[in-house]
Design a protein around this ligand. Structure first.
Ligand code: SAM
Length: 304
């Protein structure tokens, strides 16, 4: 949703813009062009391999500041640059297409390399293989509940426990086969999107929901009061839910229970929601970005 992102960021020459998830710099290159030689682009990317690709993609652009950091580190990145406020923040959640398909990254359902799934192996200690091997059945069920119904999660958690008693689960392909064998025929995986049960393990290993929540909060605090714009792209219902919840919370300010006559929390609204409903890609966007973007939703807000 490139055009829509650029529209809602409302970029002008000379602005300072943060891209919390640089990826392969598809959005980044356009942002840099629109803010021009007097603008400042600050990019964060947790995955060092992706960051190396992004550096190449942005090597000729002026005033580009790239950090191999988790998005939740935004406050310290801005402090390093001596920046207090920024004019725009883009958060395009989840993995990039290269990570999803690179055979050595173990995110693809047919990957035969070690079951890892970490975005940043140097800073994260727990792999998906460890989770699958060590979590109790109840913990597995809880992990899977993020993307599955209670009964699906129960069935797959049990199947994983039985399978690992026979032999260690070492690869994503092995895990995917166990999941498929435990999935009733009408719900069989079509191969189009990340398999929901695998997605649940990726979300867990990378604390994706916590990072998204904290990333949105950090972004809202960094926006220039009165004008700074925030655009968030989500790709599945777990991201969608947390994004809506945090953005509404930031737009509401006060978090006191409704029964309280007077506010005791003292929180003020930080954002004004610009998109009353999240936007879905139109047919034109789908033609340009591909059908894998069908579940993408755009949420935009402005600092108050
Ligand atoms: C959907 S892609 C971004 C694509 C990018 N907008 C583009 O146009 O190329 C999301 C990126 O965020 C990165 N990422 C995931 N979690 C992150 C986090 N907590 N902090 C920073 N980057 C993260 C992933 O490695 C991935 O490259």
């Amino acid at each position: 949703m490139l055009e829509e992102v650029l529209h809602w960021l409302d970029l002008r020459p000379g602005q300072t813009v943060v891209d919390l998830t640089v990826g392969l710099a598809g959005h980044g290159r356009e942002i840099v062009q629109r803010i021009g030689p007097h603008g400042t682009y600050v990019g964060l990317e947790w995955d060092p391999e992706t960051m190396a690709l992004a550096r190449q993609a942005l090597q000729d652009a002026p005033n580009v500041n790239l950090f191999s950091e988790n998005m939740v580190e935004l406050p310290s990145v801005l402090a390093t640059l001596g920046l207090q406020h920024v004019d725009g923040v883009l958060l395009d959640a989840g993995p990039n297409l290269w990570q999803l398909t690179a055979p050595h990254r173990s995110l693809a359902h047919d990957s035969d390399v070690g079951l890892d799934m970490r975005m940043s192996p140097a800073t994260q200690t727990v792999t998906a293989a460890q989770v699958v091997a060590e979590a109790t059945e109840a913990e597995l069920r809880q992990i899977l509940r993020v993307t599955l119904t209670e009964s699906e999660a129960r069935r797959i958690a049990r199947a994983i426990v039985r399978a690992r008693e026979r032999e260690p689960i070492r690869t994503t392909r092995q895990l995917a086969e166990i999941i498929l064998a435990a999935t009733p025929p009408p719900a069989k995986y079509t191969g189009r999107m990340p398999m929901p049960a695998l997605l649940a393990f990726r979300i867990h290993v990378n604390a994706e929901i916590d990072n998204l929540r904290d990333g949105i909060r950090a972004a809202a605090s960094a926006l220039r009061p009165g004008s700074g714009r925030l655009v968030v792209l989500t790709f599945h219902s777990a991201e969608f839910r947390v994004c809506r919840q945090v953005m509404k919370e930031l737009a509401r300010g006060c978090i006191c229970p409704p029964r309280m006559v007077q506010c005791a929390c003292g929180r003020k609204p930080r954002l004004r929601l610009l998109t009353s409903r999240p936007l879905a890609p139109d047919e034109d966007s789908l033609r340009r970005s591909g059908p894998q973007c069908r579940s993408c939703r755009l949420h935009a807000a402005q600092a108050v």
